[in-house]
Design a protein around this ligand. Sequence first.
Ligand code: PMT
Length: 402
Amino acid sequence: MLVNKKIILGVCGGIAAYKAIELLRLLTKAGADVHIIMTRAAQEFVAPLTFQTLSSNPVHTELFNLIAEREIGHISLADRADLFMVVPATANIIGKIAAGIADDMLTTTVMATKAPVLFAPAMNVNMFTNPIYRENEQKLRALGYLFEAPVSGSLACGWEGEGKLASPEVIFEAAVAALTKKDLTGRTILVTAGPTREEIDPVRYISNHSSGKMGYALARAARRRGAQVVLVTGPTALATPVGVTVVPVMSAMEMQEAVMAHVAVCDVVIKAAAVADYRPATRNSTKIKKKADWATIELVRNPDILAGLGGMDYGLKHRPFLVGFAAETDALTENAAKKLSEKKLDMIVANDVSQVDAGFNVDTNRAVLLFKDGGSTLCELMSKEQLAGTILDQIIARLAES
Ligand code: PMT
């Protein structure tokens, strides 16, 4: 996601400075080349060596360090950045930058950069609500500086309230979003993800191997590109994507209800969920006891949610762009093409779920994208994040044509 991206991470003096280490780890893991600038106060909380070791780059601390300035000066550092982050950002640094003060390595480099600047403030609740701080933040926001707001909680100073640094995962997401083209702004996208569970009795159910990874990757990618995203999800072990409206469901019937409740406002519906085709005809209210050596469960068909959307009369409302997935173990393209036409879809993502590195419960996938107009695109093995990006590129191109 952040491969070849140069990020400057400014670290200020606050107890939350240690959380910048976790953020650095997330950024480097995503492929970013991270250069750290620490204020004097920051070095009282965390040793520069920690950041140097984890970033594999020298840590910048002094503006007037002759050797460091000769090797990579603060202006060239500022020029090279794709993104500048200040985490944690203290009331002091925000006040200084708002006032145009550039008296150390961090403030000077922020002033010199043309890259987007993202602040993640952390401070005492009374400092955070102080009108002086608020005015400084407003001034910077109005100038286009980005902020990832702190959250409420118990603060290190003993107070309770707003001022706690947002989690490294949330700040990471804000960094990725800041570096992502906003080509889905103004669009609402509904994504379904994960399996459904069809209960047999209070302790047993019928389900499948879907982890939700493909659908969640789509929801995250669409959100980063500026869309309003509704994620209707079956049970998964995944973290809730930042900035996405999540609607948890269990069964296919619940998923259908949730999808129908949101479809009217959607420009695009992407059905990555693995919906159970059948459910038990009856759900026993108590645990079924062992009796004979064999048992039979009578199943009834679940509604096909996607086919329902494809065949629906939208009246005067505009019909959303409908994207299905086809989980196949044989005759991939033929079976997917049949689903595309029978369910009246605009596009279908055909994935071969018999392969160990694609389909269910893995981080990678390979697919053939088929379109209503007969076109197709082959996607070789890639991460589900990358495939989500390719799927969205194709959707955007077709939305632009309509
Ligand atoms: O969740 P992961 O572990 O990341 O795995 C990803 C995935 C393999 C689940 C995903 O890539 C995928 O293929 N999802 C679709 C699974 C599926 O149910 O395929 P299908 O061929 O049975 O259904 C075709 C389409 O109709 C799907 O878009 C499905 O959501 C939809 N459908 C199916 C049945 C039903 N009752 N209602 C539906 O809406």
